[in-house]
Design a protein around this ligand. Structure first.
Ligand code: NAD
Length: 455
């Protein structure tokens, strides 16, 4: 079937009747839920991935992604016959009417975007594509990558003309880990096609499968700019609040009280300080735009500075730990520091670019004794450290207890009970403002919070 020849009504009908085959390439945190939602909507979905083990496990109903509801979605999709995984990318591409690309696009050690996985997929595409297919790129990329790299690569290596024989669209993923299924069915989709037909067909497909509002923009370049703008907006705002937190602490002002009061004004958008910015998107995405800006001779000072401020936060936290220990008369060298929370985000089992890793590495270099606890990694070894089985085990005889992630479990902790286990005098270093000075003091701890003045 030539997908490009369908109209909106045919897309909705054929999707329900199982007559549309979709190949999702890269069945990771984003690709797998996306594949399962399309399968649930009736499409025949092939999840294509280079990892033998991921494909084998998924075909046996075992998922490597920690996302609420995913086991149930996978079970239903496999048992309905609508979903299977495969390592044969070319055959899967040939079988599909629509190819959705969800491979990683990280930055390399020099902070340049690494599109190697995307280019590997392009090499498979040119061998497997059939006329009339629609290619959708959900991976985060810089504006211009579709128009300047992917389209020319496909046209140079096939007899197809994009816009005539094939459609291509950027539809950047906007889902929030921990709520991906909810987001897929509620958050509007940005769709930017190489031509109007690609735009309309992709919009009709997402609308039919997910029921979400479709926001059509002029081209793939703009769709990717939307995604980067959203994440850079957040990175810059977090950097601003991190900077103010450090300053306010020094001049006797509490950042949390300040944000609370400022939020009463209609145009203030609250953001909160933290030990740094982690995850697959925020620490990487600004560099995609920085590279494009460099190419056209423009220096995006604010975007760069925000990255620098947020990148320096783990070092600020180590300094806070050092000051906190010195404040109770203990040197950092040899002190026992319990790190509570290693994920970049509460409730999501993901440590990509997590600030906790840099904090741990620096503390190791300062010869502290480190223990670690995270409810999502109990009894595993992460960053070369065993993750203890409970908070109580991790904080036994601790001189400093450092909260790096605001997991729900931590919010429920009884500090009085913890103070019986720590090596008093001990200090709580609260990088997420979970507690406050009085709570900690009443429990018998000293307290240092990010953006909280020393009492
Ligand atoms: N994770 C998020 O929160 C999030 C949110 C929005 C956007 N994104 C973007 O979505 C894209 C995918 O991210 P993710 O977090 O799902 O990544 P992931 O690492 O969880 O999954 C990627 C999958 O792609 C597979 N893969 C790698 N190279 C491949 C290749 N050449 N051919 C086939 N499969 C290949 C890997 O084996 C893996 O299973 C990235 O561009 C990311 O920036 C991620």
């Amino acid at each position: 079937m030539a997908f490009l020849s369908l109209n909106d009504t045919e897309i909705a009908d054929k999707l329900k009747d199982g007559q549309i085959t979709i190949c999702v390439i890269g069945i990771g945190r984003i690709g797998l839920p996306t594949a399962l939602v399309f399968a649930q909507a009736g499409a025949k979905v092939i999840g294509a991935d280079i990892s033998d083990i991921i494909v084998e496990n998924i075909n046996n109903g075992i998922t490597h992604i920690d996302e609420p509801g995913i086991e149930e979605f996978l079970k239903n999709a496999v048992s309905s016959g609508n979903f299977r995984a495969s390592t044969d990318l070319q055959a899967s591409i040939t079988e599909a009417d629509v190819i959705i690309i969800c491979v990683p696009t990280p930055v390399d050690i020099n902070k340049n975007p690494d599109y190697s996985a995307l280019m590997a997929v392009c090499r498979d595409l040119v061998k497997g594509l059939k006329k009339g297919s629609l290619i959708i790129i959900e991976s985060t990329i810089a504006p211009g990558v579709v128009e300047e790299i992917i389209v020319s690569f496909i046209e140079e290596n096939t007899n197809f003309t994009i816009g005539k024989d094939l459609g291509i669209v950027s539809c950047p993923e906007r889902a929030d880990p921990g709520k991906i299924f909810e987001c897929l069915k509620t958050v509007p989709r940005i769709v930017g096609g190489i031509d109007e037909r690609s735009n309309n067909l992709a919009g009709a497909l997402y609308k039919a499968a997910m029921g979400v509002k479709i926001v059509k923009v002029s081209n793939p370049r703009t769709a990717n700019a939307v995604k980067l703008t959203e994440n850079i907006f957040r990175d810059v705002n977090i950097a601003l609040i991190n900077e103010l937190a450090i300053l306010y602490e020094k001049i006797g002002i509490n950042i949390i009280e300040t944000i609370g009061a400022a939020t009463t004004k209609w145009n203030f958008v609250p953001h909160y300080p933290g030990p740094g910015v982690g995850g697959p998107c925020l620490p990487a995405n600004p560099y995609y735009l920085i590279q494009v800006a460099n190419r056209v001779g423009y220096i995006p000072y604010l975007v760069r500075l925000a990255r620098e401020i947020n990148d320096r936060m783990p070092d600020k936290i180590v300094h806070l730990i050092l000051e906190a220990l010195n404040g109770i008369g203990k040197p950092i060298k040899g002190s026992k520091v319990a790190i509570l929370g290693i994920t970049y985000k509460s409730g999501v089992k993901d440590v990509q670019y997590t600030p906790a890793e840099r904090i741990i590495d620096t503390l190791k270099n300062l010869d502290t004794q480190i223990t670690c606890y995270d409810p999502l990694f109990k009894n595993e070894i992460v960053f070369g450290l065993p993750i203890e089985e409970s908070v109580e085990v991790a904080i036994q005889d601790a001189d400093a207890i450092v909260f790096c992630t605001a997991h729900e479990e931590f919010k429920q902790l009884n500090l009085e009970n913890l103070s019986k286990l720590a090596s008093l005098p001990a200090v709580i270093v609260d990088t997420r403002n979970i507690f406050n000075l009085n709570k900690a003091k009443n429990a018998g701890f000293a307290y240092r919070g990010l953006g909280v003045p020393v009492s």
